[in-house]
Write a protein that binds this ligand. Structure first.
Ligand code: AMP
Length: 186
């Protein structure tokens, strides 16, 4: 199964994607993790995206689509994937649909985690203390929320039109949210 884990920054997508990947054996394809790995390795791509990521804006569609495309054979071999932080624009969603269709596959479900804004800020501050991500400053986080509303939230009607959106309350504990995700998938 190909599953998109969807929601605003700080909603717990990454944590839930890891847990779901471990439970089902489908790789977690996180474009944020791939881009951070590119930065850590000191590659040209990493240097190119650093400023954009640090301020909380989106890197270009072409870059992330290519990163995802490279990983699709691995997903196909595993019988599916958990897309985490991708797609983030309607153009990316269209590209993903086309890439999967070319492999006789599709996005099977979009798990949308809903978390209120106050809780998002609280989780961001906790992560900032724990991981020290460059884009977990208050200013960058505010930009990421705005970018989410403007560019990523339009994916909700995009996937609703395909009948794929499953809303999951993301406000509970990690375990409660994982159980709710498992329940909508089974
Ligand atoms: P994340 O780890 O998913 O919160 O992503 C961290 C940052 O990486 C984002 O704020 C963007 O700058 C960049 N990024 C990750 N995924 C994408 C994507 N699908 N499209 C554009 N930029 C992305």
């Amino acid at each position: 199964m190909n599953i998109v884990l969807f929601g605003p920054p700080g909603c717990g997508k990454g944590t839930q994607a890891k847990r779901l990947s471990a439970a089902r054996g489908w790789p977690q394809l996180s474009t944020g993790d791939m881009l951070r790995a590119a930065q850590a390795s000191g590659s040209e791509l990493g240097r190119r995206v650093k400023a954009v990521m640090d301020r909380g804006d989106l890197v270009s569609d072409a870059i992330v689509i290519e990163l995802i495309e490279e990983r699709l054979p691995e997903a196909e071999a595993a019988g599916g994937a958990i897309f985490d932080g991708f797609p983030r624009t309607v153009a990316q969603a269209g590209a993903l649909d086309a890439l999967l269709a070319g492999r006789g596959a599709q996005v099977d479900a979009v798990i949308r985690l809903t978390v209120d804004n106050e809780e998002l800020v609280r989780r961001m501050m906790k992560r900032a203390a724990e991981e020290g991500r460059a884009d977990d400053t208050e200013e960058a986080f505010r930009t990421r929320l705005k970018v989410y509303e403007a560019q990523t939230a339009p994916l909700i009607p995009y996937y609703q039109a395909q009948g794929k959106v499953k809303n999951v309350d993301g406000m509970g504990s990690m375990e409660t949210v994982s159980a709710a995700i498992a329940a909508v998938l089974d």
